[in-house]
Design a protein around this ligand. Sequence first.
Ligand code: CO
Length: 430
Amino acid sequence: MDAIRGLMEFIDAAPTAFHAAQLAASALEGAGYQKLEEQKTWAIAPGGRYYVTRNRSSVIAFRIPKRGFAPFQISASHGDSPCFKLKPNPEKASQGLAQLNVEKYGGMLMSTWLDRPLSVAGRLIVAGEKGLETRLVNVDRDLAVIPNLPIHFNRSANDGVAFNAQADMLPVIGAEGADVMAAVAEAAGVGKDSVVGSDLFLYNRDRAALVGAEGEFICAPRLDDLACAYTSLRALLDAKPSNHIDVYCLFDNEEVGSGSKQGAGSTLLIEALRRVALALDAKPQALEAALAASFLVSADNAHAAHPNHPEKYDEQNRVRMNGGVVVKSNAAQKYTSDGLSAAVFEGICKRACVPTQRFANRSDIPGGSTLGNIALSHASMNAVDIGLAQLAMHSARETMGARDVEHMIHALTAFHESEIRIMGDGNLEF
Ligand code: CO
């Protein structure tokens, strides 16, 4: 229950990827992880624990074993979720009302954002005496709503509506003249005139809740992928010291293709690993040898079979909520799992008494992608794609199994505590 409550509080406190990264960083600090800065030379000692952030929206944490440099066992998840982002010049007026000019961030189910209290959060760039400062901000009160068109003006609405993000999704924030940037600046405790830049997002004000006859489901915004971001962090902090380097990655921008300087497609991870090797005085080729003996778990939520539409899922590879950790496979390699990596991960779960289940898409439905294979383009190593089964992915509010929170924490704790020894030619021990 403690882990379930912990996830729900994490979600409520993380309206944006910036806030998720900040929560992860403060949990790491609380557990004795030392902050490193990319702009400085890193001093790293055997037995030490460290973390680094980029853009304040992605985090890499690592724990060095007493024996020094060693292969890596890495978990990776993402802290961003589909939402709407404020455009420059966000305020506009229509019919005596003030609205916000927003655009889509990621591929959400747009209709789910209608007719519910929303607010604004993200970061502000503030001009100070000497330069620019970044401040995270959350207005943290019901501020906006995107109103539906009444059924009377769209009699076929229940047969399906095509939404146009430019025309249909602009929230109302008050009477004409209402000043969103003033509200945001006030929430950040800065003068409006000192705000010289911003990255601001709409978020759903719903709090995470337990739902079901026995409270067996968590119904919450941003379960994809804060469920994995939180459980993988807990696993790193819970795991006993090991003989390899344990690494935690929380990436921003997965929902828009991971292509930013802080996304999984960037050099963030490989540069961190290289700097760890250099700072520990690893020999030439030691990094390459370590990467070849390393293992990455890409943790991003999976599609539970929908009871109203079981036909959308592959008959042999349907997964259910509270059924354990999902191992995902895809012939086109959208998922990194292969026969070997799936066998290793399932073997670790079995030893830890954590149930697992297999997911594959229908052959005639392409499905989604995630960050695992993108991260591997810079840091190539054995990898598996896993997740927790959830309904309504990319809705403003999603549903997953409450018992799966512990399943994932136990699975990833066991992963960090296992010593995976990769010997080449597809032979290994764990
Ligand atoms: Co995801």
